[in-house]
Structure formats: structure tokens, C-alpha cells
Design a protein around this ligand. Structure first.
Ligand code: FMN
Length: 313
């Protein structure tokens, strides 16, 4: 079965990428991911907060300092055959930008730029915040020639235009979407509880919506992240318009070998439906993707709300 796909100028043997996570901390788990069949590995991020002449600007014992991170890229590149995508996490210009070049020099096949931003003040308009994102992409682009993907949040007012402007700024891929840490409140202790629970498949529908909406409107290659736990989830993300799917929670829960189960399920689905490749399947289900896009419109919204009682009675 032909599972090949393209992402960030790379021809990948299949669409399953291990997303950014602690699984890239050690060579051993990275090798397990490769052995399980993942087509590429996105490394855990190097954060802008790790760059300061006096040490990290936040009191967190980072797993690797920037120099160690660069060395780790070189090690993973030497030991793995699959492409290695390094990850930078930032939204302010600074010394970290030069590291984009160091990561390229260390052999990174591509760069994922995670623009994790949470505006807190009432000084900046949404347009100012978005301009900052484009500026960062333009800046990083000056330092590297390898392909650049941008991992974004879903909380952007006009995502199709945002995508176009990311492309103009020099991105070639977009990763949908960051999962935010959303603290809960412990009513017994009056404390906030900040933890990162594994995702659930319910989170996928937001991704499907935007993949379908963006697919025909952008030249950026789209990678889905968030809520992919089964091969059915994987198939849906690909049919909606992703060329690759990044998985993290399901391999943290089940081990890197779970990638193999996702891939077997994908192959079985393609075979059972007489598709010879993912491209073949995507072309056939183009109508389905358009339906999904239409299903996102106001008419469908009004129809569902209007018919709710009738359809559920
Ligand atoms: C423990 C953990 C660590 C993560 N570290 C990073 C990171 O360093 N950089 C990043 O961009 N995303 C990071 N993520 C987010 C994942 O790459 C992914 O986008 C998210 O978990 C959604 O995918 P999933 O539903 O398959 O878990 C992390 C997620 C988890 C659970």
C-alpha cells in the first residue's frame, strides 16, 4: 500500500509524525518511534525563555540548554533515518532566533515554530498580535533555508487570511492546533490546578473543521495535531485536508509502538475501501471534505439548532 505523503518539502513514507513531546528527550525513545514506523519526529521545543545571558528567564529546570539542544539535533540526525524536525517556541524577537540557523547547521530537516501566545494586556489589538507572529516568521526565515512550519492556536479571528500571511512571511506548513494549558480550580484547597491531561478524540472535530476550511484556500501544507488516538481519527484528519498527522497523547499513553497500530488501521481502511493510496482516497472523498466545509457554515448551524428537538425525539 502506498502511504507516502509530502510535508515541508519532504517525501514521507507515511503520514504519521511523532509530535513535539518528551519522547525526543532520549535517543532510545526516538529510536522506538522510528522502529514503530513513524515517518518523522518533531522534537520537544526549545523555548525563548531559555535564552538570556544570565540563564533561563523562568525558574524551570529545562531538560536541555540551547547548546545541548543543538547537539541533540545532531545526535538524532546521526542515529535516525527518519527526518528530524526541530522546534522553537517563541513570540518575541531575541537571541534565540540565531539558533534557528544552528539547528539547521546541526542537520534539522525542517523547523517547527510554535507561536504559543496568550495576550494578557489590553494594549495590543488582535492585528498587532498577529503582526508579531508574521514578523517572527520573517525573521526566522532570514536565518534558515530549511522548510518552516508554524504551529498555531485556534483562537485567531480570520484563520484563512492568517494562513495566507504566514505563507507570504515564508512558512510552508501549518500545524493545527496547539493545546493550551487550561487551569482548573480545586474548590477544596482554593488552589488552581495546572496540569496537562492527555487529549481526547473529541478535540479532533475542531481540527477537522479548520483543515477542511483551509485545505483549498492555502498552499501551506497542513499537519493535524490534537485528538488523534485511533486510525479512524487519523483517516479523518487526512481526508479533511492534512497531509500529515502528529500524535503525542496516544503514544505517551500506549508507548511509541502504538504508531504501528495506527498505520495498520490506516492501511486496512484504504484496502477495505479499494483505495490504492492516500491521494487516491483524498480525491475520492473530496466531496466529503466539501460537505464538512459546508457543514461548518451558518445554514447548517441554523438547521441543526432548528431541528434539534425533532432529530433527537
Ligand atoms: C507532555 C507533553 C509535552 C509537550 N511538549 C511540547 C513541546 O515541547 N512543544 C510543542 O510544540 N508541543 C508540545 N506538546 C504538544 C504536542 O506536540 C501536541 O501538539 C498536543 O499534545 C496535541 O496532540 P495529541 O492530542 O496527540 O496529544 C506537548 C504535549 C505533551 C502532552
Amino acid at each position: 500500500m502506498n502511504l507516502t505523503t509530502h510535508y515541508l518539502g519532504l517525501e514521507l513514507k507515511n503520514p504519521v509524525i511523532a509530535g513535539a513531546s518528551p519522547l525526543s528527550f532520549s535517543l532510545e525513545s526516538a529510536k522506538r518511534i522510528e522502529a514503530a514506523g513513524a515517518a518523522a519526529l518533531v522534537m520537544h521545543s526549545l523555548f525563548e525563555e531559555q535564552f538570556s545571558s544570565t540563564g533561563p528567564s523562568v525558574p524551570i529546570p529545562f531538560h536541555m540548554n540551547p547548546e545541548q539542544y543543538v547537539q541533540h539535533v545532531a545526535l538524532l540526525k546521526k542515529e535516525l533515518k527518519i527526518p528530524v524536525i526541530a522546534s522553537l517556541n517563541s513570540l518575541r524577537e531575541g537571541a534565540w532566533v540565531r539558533y534557528a540557523q544552528y539547528l539547521q547547521d546541526a542537520g534539522a530537516d525542517a523547523l517547527e515554530l510554535n507561536l504559543y501566545f496568550l495576550p494578557r494586556t489590553d494594549n495590543d489589538s488582535s492585528s498587532v498580535v498577529e503582526q508579531r507572529a508574521f514578523q517572527i516568521v520573517r525573521l526566522v526565515r532570514q536565518f534558515v533555508s530549511i522548510p518552516l512550519a508554524v504551529k498555531i492556536s485556534p483562537w485567531i479571528t480570520s484563520l484563512p487570511q492568517f494562513a495566507r500571511r504566514l505563507e507570504e512571511a515564508g512558512a510552508s506548513g501549518m500545524v493545527l492546533f496547539n493545546r493550551f494549558i487550561q487551569p482548573d480550580i480545586d474548590l477544596a484547597t482554593f488552589k488552581t490546578v495546572s496540569r496537562l491531561d492527555p487529549s481526547s478524540p473529541q478535540e479532533l472535530t475542531l481540527r477537522l473543521h479548520w483543515l477542511a476550511a483551509l485545505y483549498s484556500r492555502t498552499r501551506l501544507q497542513l499537519s493535524a495535531t490534537g485528538g488523534i488516538h485511533t486510525s479512524e481519527n487519523l483517516v479523518k484528519a487526512l481526508m479533511a485536508g492534512a497531509t500529515t498527522a502528529q500524535v503525542v497523547s496516544c503514544i505517551l499513553l500506549n508507548g511509541p509502538e502504538y504508531v504501528q497500530i495506527l498505520l495498520s488501521g490506516l492501511e486496512k481502511w484504504l484496502t477495505d475501501n479499494n483505495f490504492s493510496s492516500i491521494e487516491h482516497a483524498r480525491a475520492k472523498v473530496d466531496a466529503l471534505r466539501k460537505d464538512a466545509e459546508n457543514a461548518a457554515g451558518r445554514e447548517n448551524y441554523i438547521r441543526i439548532i432548528h431541528n434539534w428537538g425533532r432529530e433527537n425525539s
